[in-house]
Design a binder for this molecule. Sequence first.
Ligand SMILES: O=C(O)CCC(=O)C(=O)O
Ligand SMILES: [Fe+2]
Length: 353
Amino acid sequence: METNREISNSSFTSVMAFSHKCQQNIPERYVLPPLERPNTSHADNLPTNLPVIDLSKMNHPAHRSQLINEVRAACNQLGFFQVINHGIPAAVMKNALDSAEEFFNLPSDEKTCYASTDVHEPIRYGTSVNHGMDKVFYWRDFIKHYANPISDWIHLWPSNPPTYKEKMGSYAKAMKVLQKQLMEVLFESLGLNANYLHDDIEEGSQVMTVNCYPSCPKPDLALGLPPHTDFGMITILNQTQQGLEIMDHHKKWHSVPFIQGALIVQLGDQFEVISNGRYKSVPHRTILNAQTKRFSIASLHSMHIQKKVGPAPELVDEQHPVAYREGSFARFLDHISVKSLSEESYITTLKIT
Ligand SMILES: O=C(O)CCC(=O)C(=O)O
Ligand SMILES: [Fe+2]
C-alpha cells in the first residue's frame, strides 16, 4: 500500500520550482480573488510605530516594571511586539536562517523525501494549501518539524545541509529559553505569578516552521501566507527581510518593519483563551516580493496538544465573566488557525457569547 508520504512525494510541485519557471506570470490557482489581494484590502503602507521592546530591562529590577508595562500596552493594543537585546547571539539567528536557505536551495528530490500532507508527521515539507478552501494555494514552501524535546526529534531533521541539525537545533534551544522568559513577563503583565503554568509550559509543544517565500512575478495578486492566527501560546519569528503584516483591532493591516537583530513575538489563540480575552491573538499574513526570496523561521510554543486550555481563574471576576469554554487544541497540529478568515474558527466555538 502506498503511504501518504509516497503519494504526496510523487505528485508534489514546490512553489520554488514554479518560481524558477514563471518569469512573467503565476499559475492561475495562486491568483487570489480581488478582495483578498494585498493591495486591495486596506493595506496600510504608511510607516507605523509598532512596539519594539528592549528585553535587557528584564534583568534589572529597577526597570522590570517598566518592561511589564510596555508588554501590557503592546498586548492590549495588538498582541504583537518586536524584541531587541533578547540575549540570542546574532550568529545563532543568522546560522539558522542560512541553514534554511541552504535547505530550500537543494535539488527538489532531496526535499520531497520529506513531503507529506499528513499533519501527524513529525517532519513535513510542503507548500501551503489553505484549510477548507482547496482551490487556493499560497506562495511559500515550508518545512515543519517538532522540536520538543529536541533529543527525541532531531535525528529526523534534514541531514543535508550537513550542519542543518546543529544550527537549527541551537536556534530551537535558544527559542525555548527565550519563550520561558517571555511567558514570565507576559503572565506578570496580566497580574499573574511569573511562574504561572510553569510545568505545563515546560512540557508544552515546540514546533519549528521554516518558511521560504520565493520571489513572485506578480506580488500584487498573491500572498505568501493567508491571514491567520497561530493557535498556540506564543510564536517567535526570525526573518531575513520585511514581508510580515499584522492586523490591528480596527482590521487595518500594518507592515512590520525589518529591524536587524530583532525577533518578532506574536500571541496565539491559546494565550487569548488563558487571558480570558484580555489579550487577543494577532491576525497576520505575508506579502511577496518581485525580486527577492524571503526566509522566516517561526518557533511555535503551545500547551501540550491534548491539554484542555481555559481562562485563568484569577482573570475571571464580575467585570470579566468567563469568556471562553475550556477546550483542547488537538486539531491544530498544523498550527494555523483561521480566526480572521472565518466565523467557524475554533476560537469562535470556544467563545461564550
Ligand atoms: O513568515 C512570516 O513572517 C510569518 C510566518 C507565519 O505566520 C507562520 O509560519 O505561521
Ligand atoms: Fe503564523
